[in-house]
Design a protein around this ligand. Structure first.
Ligand code: C2E
Ligand code: MG
Ligand code: MG
Ligand code: MG
Length: 284
């Protein structure tokens, strides 16, 4: 059973392992139909520029509202969708939806970031998919960022880097998500055509008090600068973290301080409002 655990998080399964397995299997079976029934939506979380507090764009984050259980966290259903292969249809739907929505924004300088699963890189023609999404939506390629998690590269090979290179030639940008949590971060930066490093939230959470984390974040930002990559801090929740990251000079920021992932309607409202004043000031 899914119950709200408060604080916006959800407990998906009962502690019993058997029941856990059963529910997993049931959810897995329901995924494909759920896409057809329109149970998935995308939420959009603002990304802001740390110097000005102005909007850089939004990250699209998938949501599944189960008719009985309510919201299922993406960390649960993305993994299930990857195991069943449904991620291919789901990822395609997400990419087209996000590109079409971004193309409709009144501010054409804003980017949209879409998460891409390792399964999509390995088992689909991602270059063809992205080209079609850009053509159908009429979104400028330079406004699309693809976020790929480090673990997606664990099997980094020639084919993967060729795909990424071709994506970049389309004009889209590539971000390395959850940076610092994988195994070979530095060799990926050297070998893959990455434009942006997303510093994992685990390095941000104890800023500014944990001095080792301050040093790590500072070093990643400097490394990015040296490699001509931009950097972004995920999970910025407090004013103190914001001040610390501004002092470090981390160019982009994302987190509840600036806004939670929100539906299309609220996202459009934020875009219109941010014409008037910086997002960071809106957040207080
Ligand atoms: P991610 O790509 O690293 O996304 C960031 C996660 O951090 C999101 O969780 C977001 O809601 C959460 N977050 C943002 N700001 C804060 C904050 O200030 N504090 C805290 N505690 N959390 C914050 P979410 O939406 O639950 O997504 C979890 C993961 O699921 C994502 O991590 C991503 O790996 C995956 N995911 C989500 N949507 C998609 C999708 O469309 N395709 C694929 N392949 N994966 C997706
Ligand atoms: Mg992401
Ligand atoms: Mg991340
Ligand atoms: Mg993550």
């Amino acid at each position: 059973r899914m119950k709200s655990a408060g604080g916006g998080s959800y407990r998906v399964y009962d502690p019993s392992m058997d029941e856990h397995k059963e529910e997993r299997a049931t959810l897995m079976g329901e995924l494909r139909g759920a896409l057809e029934r329109g149970e998935f939506t995308l939420s959009y979380q603002p990304i802001v520029l740390s110097k000005t507090g102005k909007l850089h764009g939004f990250e699209a984050l998938m949501r599944w509202r189960h008719p009985v259980h309510g919201p299922v966290p993406p960390n649960e259903f993305i993994a299930l969708a990857e195991e069943t292969g449904t991620i291919i249809a789901l990822g395609e739907w997400g990419l087209f939806t996000a590109c079409c929505f971004a193309a409709s924004w009144p501010d054409r300088s804003l980017s949209v970031a879409v998460n891409i699963s390792t399964v999509q890189i390995r088992h689909t023609d991602l270059v063809d998919l992205v080209s079609r999404a850009l053509a159908v939506s009429k979104l400028e390629a330079s406004r699309l960022e693809l976020e790929i998690t480090e673990t997606a590269f664990l099997a980094a090979n020639k084919e993967t880097s060729a795909t990424l290179q071709q994506l970049r030639e389309l004009g889209v940008r590539l971000a390395l998500d959850d940076f610092g949590t994988g195994y070979s971060s530095l060799s990926y930066l050297r070998e893959l055509p990455i434009d942006k490093i997303k510093i994992d939230r685990s390095f941000i959470i104890d800023l500014p008090h944990k001095t080792s984390d301050v040093s790590i974040v500072k070093t990643i930002v400097e490394l990015g600068r040296t490699l001509k990559m931009t950097t972004i801090a995920e999970g910025v929740e407090t004013r103190a973290q914001l001040d610390c990251l501004r002092q470090i000079g981390c160019p982009e920021l994302q987190g509840y301080l600036f806004g939670p992932p929100a539906d299309e309607h609220s996202t459009l409202a934020l875009i219109k409002q941010s014409d008037q004043r910086p997002v960071s000031l809106v957040a207080g």
